[in-house]
Design a protein around this ligand. Structure first.
Ligand SMILES: [Zn+2]
Length: 222
């Protein structure tokens, strides 16, 4: 990702930060909806051999013989989220007379930047305001995990998670904050190790009510 980055010390999430374009965005349409087909390992292997050859390597030398098959299995794992609906983890809800903030912080993830096919890794923080329905906390982490396992951009990933929680739980408010480092910024191109990109998606009360938003951002930044 070449756009917005913060400094390593930018752990504090500032509501006026410049990476917040996602906040006002309308309901988001995810272009990589589940397609139902698995990865074609043999075709990935063939493609990796072509790449090795094209960069001037010998795909037949001993050290590289197993590489195409290994990379194919790795891609199948990294993109396994294309084959599933992450929202299914939110199907089982519990009726609970609790209407304050539910927050799960520091959900680690590893995703793949769709522009460079390089990993970006970091943490997601998810908060919602239940409307009589709560979900198992680990399910929120499962949603992040599966949304991450697709060719992604961090902005879309943030919005997709927020939309799923808002619609499947009928939550009165949803806040998703994602912070990550992008390999495509640290190991190539501009080469800025330690830069951190932060994105957020606010829905419902977290978007409309400044005090509620300030409360959840305070909890996330604590
Ligand atoms: Zn990238």
């Amino acid at each position: 990702m070449d756009s917005v980055a913060d400094t390593p010390s930018g752990r504090h999430f500032d509501d006026s930060s410049h990476c917040l374009a996602a906040r006002e965005a309308p309901m988001h349409v995810d272009p990589n909806e589940p397609k139902g087909d698995g990865a074609d390992l043999k075709r990935i292997e063939a493609a990796v051999r072509v790449i090795l050859d094209a960069v001037g390597e010998d795909p037949n030398r001993e050290g590289l013989l197993e590489t195409p098959a290994r990379v194919a299995r790795m891609y199948a794992e990294m993109f396994a989220g294309l084959k599933v609906d992450p929202g299914r983890h939110l199907a089982k809800v519990f009726t609970e007379d609790y209407d304050e903030i539910v927050l799960v912080r520091d959900i680690s993830f590893c995703s793949m930047c769709e522009h460079h096919l390089l990993p970006f890794t970091g943490k997601a923080h998810i908060a919602y305001l239940p409307d009589g329905k709560v979900v198992g906390l680990s399910k929120l982490a499962r949603v992040v995990e599966e949304v991450a396992r697709r060719p992604q951009v961090q902005e879309r990933m943030t919005q997709t998670v927020a939309d799923l929680i808002e619609t499947r739980l009928s939550a009165r408010g949803v806040a998703v904050v994602v912070e990550s480092t992008h390999s495509c910024m640290t190991m190539r191109g501009i080469r800025k190790p330690g830069s951190l990109c932060m994105t957020s998606a606010m829905r419902g009360a977290f978007r409309d009510d400044p005090a509620t938003r300030a409360e959840v951002l305070g909890l996330i930044n604590r």
